[in-house]
Each structure stands twice: as structure tokens, then as C-alpha cells.
Design a protein around this ligand. Structure first.
Ligand SMILES: NC(=O)c1ccc[n+]([C@@H]2O[C@H](COP(=O)([O-])OP(=O)(O)OC[C@H]3O[C@@H](n4cnc5c(N)ncnc54)[C@H](OP(=O)(O)O)[C@@H]3O)[C@@H](O)[C@H]2O)c1
Length: 274
């Protein structure tokens, strides 16, 4: 897919660029002439050039290391668009997911995103323009049983991104949260499951995780998310939140008007299999 237009500039920073959605975003922007710097913990450091003048430089960086992320972003030649994808999923019953796994979930998905967003926003404010794209999730709009902490981390990103959008509009900085549904990436294999003290739930957790895994691996391509990011770079006033795909856009509209009881009955049927 090609840019219709890019209103923000060619310097693009992507977290979680070694795999899945981050990798697809990094490649799509680089193939559209942008100078992309992509980071993740486990990657071979290298630069690839593309026809049309774009490039993708991959660097090792752990988004949970606040000081290292700030130093890294401060030294980038420019940050016009930041696409914050680094994340992972924790599955477990809300009752028994322990504080270690809960903190890990928040450290990566929430604090890791904030660590990357803040220095990018400072650069964007000082240059008077910029676009922050946060990768949220449909699970940041409806809480998924057996994924309470994952959902909480994504709800938190919705709140953060909404506040950024309001605070930074006056400085020419725009912010949107992209909400993928099931997407076929390395996310499924990287999921961590809380297995301690789960006897009260029998094998519900395993069945629920198997359902999540099957849905994800049968889901959309990571490129479908990258296309949304590319389209948002051409919007002067991008929407606050964008579910990826017509089916998820429609689902969000339906869930908005559905009573909580009905919504929860559907989600329970899907994710709490007997
Ligand atoms: N797949 C889905 O169904 C789905 C649905 C909705 C939302 N999402 C969201 O999409 C985002 C991208 O996930 P994905 O589906 O593309 O999964 P993925 O293929 O597993 O990619 C996750 C990326 O995050 C990086 N990462 C993880 N921890 C990191 C850390 N501490 N520091 C730096 N990078 C880190 C990983 O690289 P390293 O391991 O090399 O660090 C990898 O590049 C996540 O925020 C996820 O919550 C995914």
C-alpha cells in the first residue's frame, strides 16, 4: 500500500519492530520513503534501504528501561511519527494473576509505551508537529475474561492517548489509538499464562487461551494494522480511536449501545468455555 499523503514528516520511530504489527508498520513506512528507526529487545542491528529512498534501521532497546529509551529518542535525528507497538499478553484468572506477572504486563504495555511516548512528544511539541500512534486493542474497549491484566493495560493506554490528544492539539501534535482485534503475529506464542492457584477454574483457563490462540492465528494480517497507521499519517485531524477492520468497527458500534449484561453474556460464552 502507498501513502496518499504524509502530513507529518519522514522520520518514523517504531517500538516492537522485530515482529508482527511493529515490523509490518516499520516496513510499510520505509517502503513509502520514510526513514524508520525500529526497536525491540531481540534483533540483529542493521539498516536496510528501499527503493524510493526509504530505510529501516533496527536497534536493540528495551522499552521498560526508561532512561535508555529517553537517551535513545533524544539522539534520533528527528521524530515526526511515533508508532508504539511493543507489547505482550498475560492470561490468567483475575483472582489469581500474581503481582509479578501483573507488574510485567503493566511495565511492558503501559509504562513501556509511556517511556517511549514522552520523549517523542517533547520532540514533536518543540517542532510544532507530530503524530503519536499507540497500538491499543479491542481488549482496551471491552474487558476479556481470563485477560484482565492485559485488558487493564490497554484501557490505560486509551486514557493516556485521549489526554495527550487534548493537551497537545495546541502544539500541532496529534494522537490516535489503533485498536486491532485478532491478528496473526508472534503475540500468541509470546503470551504468558498464570498457572498458579487456578484449581477453582478447572481447565477453563487452558480452554480460554486455546480459543484466544485459535482466533489470533486465524485473524487479520499485521499489514492490515500497518495500513491503518499509514492512512492516519495522511489525516490532519485523525480520529481518536480506530478499530482495525469493518467487522471490529461494527462490533464496537453494537457493543456501545448494548446493555452491559448482554455484552458480558456474549464475552463469557466466548472466553469462559465449559
Ligand atoms: N496480535 C494480536 O492479536 C493483537 C491484537 C490487539 C493488539 N495487539 C497489540 O499489538 C502490539 C504488537 O503485538 P504483535 O501482535 O505484533 O505481537 P508480536 O509479534 O509478539 O510483537 C511484539 C513486539 O514487541 C516487542 N517487545 C516486547 N517486549 C518488549 C520490550 N520490553 N521492549 C521492546 N520491545 C518489546 C517484541 O520484540 P522483542 O521480543 O524482540 O523485544 C516484538 O517486536 C502489542 O501491543 C499487542 O498488545 C495485538
Amino acid at each position: 500500500m502507498k501513502f496518499k499523503k504524509n502530513l507529518y514528516g519522514k522520520n518514523v520511530f517504531v517500538t516492537g519492530a522485530s515482529s508482527g504489527i511493529g515490523r509490518a508498520c516499520a516496513l510499510m513506512f520505509a517502503k513509502n520513503g520514510c526513514s524508520v528507526t525500529g526497536v525491540s529487545r531481540n534483533t540483529e542491528e542493521r539498516t536496510e534501504s528501499f527503493k524510493g529512498g526509504g530505510s529501516l534501521t533496527l536497534k536493540r532497546l528495551d522499552v521498560t528501561d526508561e532512561a535508555a529509551v529517553k537517551e535513545f529518542v533524544d539522539e534520533l535525528p528527528g521524530v515526526d511519527i511515533a508508532i508504539l507497538c511493543a507489547g505482550m499478553g498475560v492470561a490468567g484468572a483475575a483472582e489469581t494473576t500474581d503481582s509479578e506477572l501483573t507488574r510485567k504486563q503493566m511495565e511492558v504495555n503501559y509504562f513501556g509505551t509511556i517511556n517511549a511516548a514522552q520523549p517523542c512528544l517533547t520532540r514533536m511539541r518543540s517542532q510544532g508537529k507530530g503524530l503519536l500512534l499507540v497500538i491499543g486493542s479491542i481488549a482496551g474497549r471491552v474487558s476479556i475474561p481470563m485477560q484482565s491484566q492485559y485488558s487493564a493495560s490497554k484501557y490505560a493506554l486509551e486514557a493516556f492517548t485521549d489526554a495527550v490528544r487534548m493537551e497537545m492539539k495546541q502544539y500541532g501534535v496529534r494522537a490516535s489509538i489503533i485498536e486491532p482485534g485478532d491478528t496473526k503475529t508472534g503475540f500468541t506464542a509470546a503470551r504468558e499464562m498464570q498457572t498458579r492457584d487456578r484449581s477453582a477454574y478447572g481447565n477453563t483457563l487452558e480452554k480460554s487461551v486455546a480459543k484466544m490462540a485459535a482466533d489470533e492465528q486465524g485473524g487479520r494480517s499485521p499489514e492490515s494494522v500497518a495500513k491503518v497507521a499509514l492512512a492516519l499519517a495522511g489525516r490532519k485531524d485523525p480520529p481518536a480511536r480506530v478499530p482495525v477492520g469493518l467487522e471490529y468497527k461494527a462490533l464496537m458500534q453494537i457493543l456501545r449501545i448494548m446493555p452491559d449484561r448482554a455484552k458480558e453474556a456474549i464475552l463469557s460464552k466466548m472466553y469462559l468455555p465449559k
